[in-house]
Design a binder for this molecule. Structure first.
Ligand code: PXG
Length: 453
C-alpha cells in the first residue's frame, strides 16, 4: 500500500468511505484514526501510536494479532482451493471437518452447522429456519420471536429487529413479530432483591410476555448469555434455568447467541457450557476465526435439524460464501491454536480471575458505580454519584469522554452508554491486564477532572 500521511488518508477516507455506525458529519470534521498494523495485543496508527487493544478488535481477535499459524492456513488453502460453493450437492474438506469439530465442541444435541459470513446473516438464517420449522410442525402461526432490550443480534433488517436497540429500530429495522423484554440488568433493576429472587423475577418477564402474545404465536426466545454490545450485562445465577423451563413449558425454541461469548471468552468453549444451557440453536461468529476471515455459523439442534431433514424439502437459503474453504481452514487453525496453547483454561483459572480482582481495585473510584466481569468480559459503570447510584443525565457523554482519554493514553476501551467495556484477546497476559487497569484509572481521573469532580 502506498505510504501517505495521516491527513491524506483521512481526507480520502472521509470523502469516499461510509463507515459503519458513524455520524458522517462528525467524522468529516475529525477524520478517522487510520490503523495500519497490529501485533500481539496492540494496534498501531499512522501517527505511530501504539494502542493496547482492550477490545480484541470488536470482541473477536481471540488469539491476538500476528499469528502466523492462521496466515499459513489461509495461504495453503488459497493455493489449493481458494473458493468453491457448497450449493448443488458440493462441499469441501475444511468445511466438513469444521462442521464435525463444532458439533464436538458445542453442547450435546447441537450436531449440524449452517455457515454464513457474519453474525447478522447467521441470525437471519435462524429466523428463517425457526419459522420454517414451525410451519413444518403444522403451526405456521408460531412466528413471534422474543428478544431483550439492549440485545444485539446484528444489523440486517431482521437481525436488528430481533435485537433490542431502539436507535436501530428507529432507522428502518422494526419488522413485525418481534417482541422485547427487559434484560436481567441488576445494576438498574435489582434494587434490594437478593440474587435468586431477582433471577426468578427477571425470567418471569418472559412468561408474562408469552402469555400476553399467546404461546400459540411465539416461535422462539433469543438471548446472548452475557449481553455484549448492550453493556456486558451479566445475568444473576439461575436466570437461564428459569428461562429454559419457561421455554419448555410453552414449547418455545430457546436460541442462544454466542457471537461474543463463544470460543473461550468466558473461560469455557461456550458460555452455554459454563451456565449449563441446552439451546435448540446457537449463533456463532467473531472468535470462530478470531476475525482473521469473516465467518459465522448457526449450530442447529437435533429437534429442528431432524424435522428439516425428515420433511423440509429444499431449504431455499444460503450465501455465495457459505462454508468458504479459506475461512473454514482459518477457523480450524484458530481452534487448534486455542486448544494447543490452553487459552481457555488460562482464562478460566488465571487471567479471568486476575482481571476481576485487578478491576475491583477501581470500584472505589468516585466515578465508578459498579464493576462487572465474566471471564474476559468486563464493564465499569460510570455514575454521577455512588449514592443511589445516580446516573449521568446525558447518557453516553461521560462514557465517550473516558474512552477518548483511554485511547489518548494508549488503551482501546469501548463505551456503551456510560459503561466502559473490555473484551481483550484470550492470550492477554497479567502484564497486559496491569497496563490496562493503570491506563483505565488515569482515564477515569482525567474524566473526573474534566467534570470538576
Ligand atoms: N450477535 C451478537 C451477540 C453480536 O455481538 C452480532 C450478532 C452480529 O454480528 P456481525 O458479524 O453481523 O456484526 C454481533 C456483533 C459493538 C459492536 O459496538 C458489536 C457487534 C458488532 C458491531 C459493533 O459493540 N457485535
Amino acid at each position: 500500500m502506498e505510504s501517505l500521511s495521516t491527513n491524506e488518508w483521512q481526507a480520502i477516507d472521509s470523502a469516499h468511505h461510509m463507515a459503519p455506525f458513524t455520524d458522517y458529519a462528525d467524522l468529516r470534521k475529525t477524520g478517522a484514526r487510520i490503523i495500519t498494523r497490529a501485533e500481539g495485543h496492540c494496534v498501531y496508527d499512522t501517527d505511530g501510536n501504539r494502542i493496547l487493544d482492550g477490545m480484541a478488535g470488536l470482541w473477536c481477535v481471540n488469539v491476538g494479532y500476528g499469528r502466523h499459524e492462521l496466515v499459513e492456513a489461509a495461504s495453503r488453502q488459497m493455493t489449493e482451493l481458494p473458493y468453491y460453493n457448497n450449493f448443488f450437492k458440493t462441499s469441501n474438506p475444511p468445511v466438513a471437518a469444521l462442521s464435525r469439530r463444532l458439533a464436538e465442541l458445542t453442547p450435546d444435541g447441537l450436531n449440524n452447522a449452517f455457515f454464513a459470513n457474519s453474525g447478522s446473516e447467521a441470525n437471519d438464517t435462524i429466523i428463517r429456519m425457526v419459522r420454517h420449522f414451525w410451519a413444518l410442525e403444522g403451526k405456521p402461526e408460531k412466528r413471534v420471536i422474543i428478544g431483550r432490550e439492549y440485545g444485539y443480534h446484528g444489523s440486517t433488517i431482521m437481525s436488528a429487529s430481533m435485537g433490542g436497540m431502539s436507535g436501530m429500530h428507529n432507522q428502518a429495522a422494526n419488522e413485525p413479530d418481534f417482541e422485547h423484554i427487559r434484560p436481567p440488568y441488576g445494576f438498574l433493576y435489582q434494587g434490594n432483591q437478593d440474587e435468586a429472587v431477582f433471577a426468578a423475577n427477571a425470567a418471569s418477564w418472559l412468561e408474562d410476555r408469552i402469555l400476553e402474545v399467546g404461546a400459540d404465536r411465539v416461535a422462539a426466545f433469543v438471548a446472548e448469555p452475557v449481553q455484549g454490545a448492550g453493556g456486558v450485562i451479566v445475568p444473576p445465577d439461575g436466570y437461564f434455568a428459569h428461562i429454559e423451563a419457561i421455554c419448555r413449558k410453552h414449547d418455545i425454541l430457546f436460541i442462544v447467541d454466542e457471537v461474543i461469548t463463544g470460543f473461550g471468552r468466558t473461560g469455557h468453549w461456550f458460555a452455554s457450557q459454563k451456565m449449563g444451557l441446552s439451546p435448540d440453536m446457537m449463533t456463532m461468529a467473531k472468535g470462530l476465526t478470531s476475525g482473521y476471515m469473516p465467518m459465522s455459523a448457526v449450530m442447529v439442534g437435533d429437534r429442528v435439524a431432524d424435522r428439516l431433514i425428515a420433511d423440509g424439502g429444499e431449504f431455499y437459503h444460503g450465501f455465495t460464501y457459505s462454508g468458504h474453504p479459506v475461512a473454514a481452514a482459518v477457523a480450524l487453525a484458530n481452534l487448534d491454536l486455542i486448544e494447543r496453547e490452553n487459552m481457555i483454561e488460562t482464562v478460566r483459572d488465571d487471567t479471568g480471575p486476575y482481571l476481576a480482582s485487578a478491576l475491583a481495585s477501581l470500584a472505589d473510584h468516585r466515578l465508578v458505580g459498579e464493576v462487572r466481569t465474566f471471564g474476559l468480559l468486563a464493564a465499569i459503570e460510570l455514575v454521577k454519584s455512588k449514592d443511589g447510584p445516580v446516573m449521568f443525565e446525558d447518557t453516553g457523554t461521560v462514557g465517550g469522554m473516558c474512552r477518548d482519554h483511554a485511547i489518548q493514553r494508549g488503551l482501546m476501551m469501548r463505551a456503551v452508554r456510560d459503561a466502559m467495556i473490555l473484551s481483550p484477546a484470550l492470550s492477554y497476559t497479567r502484564a497486559d491486564i496491569d497496563e490496562t487497569v493503570a491506563i483505565a484509572r488515569k482515564a477515569l481521573d482525567a474524566t473526573a477532572a474534566d467534570l470538576g469532580l
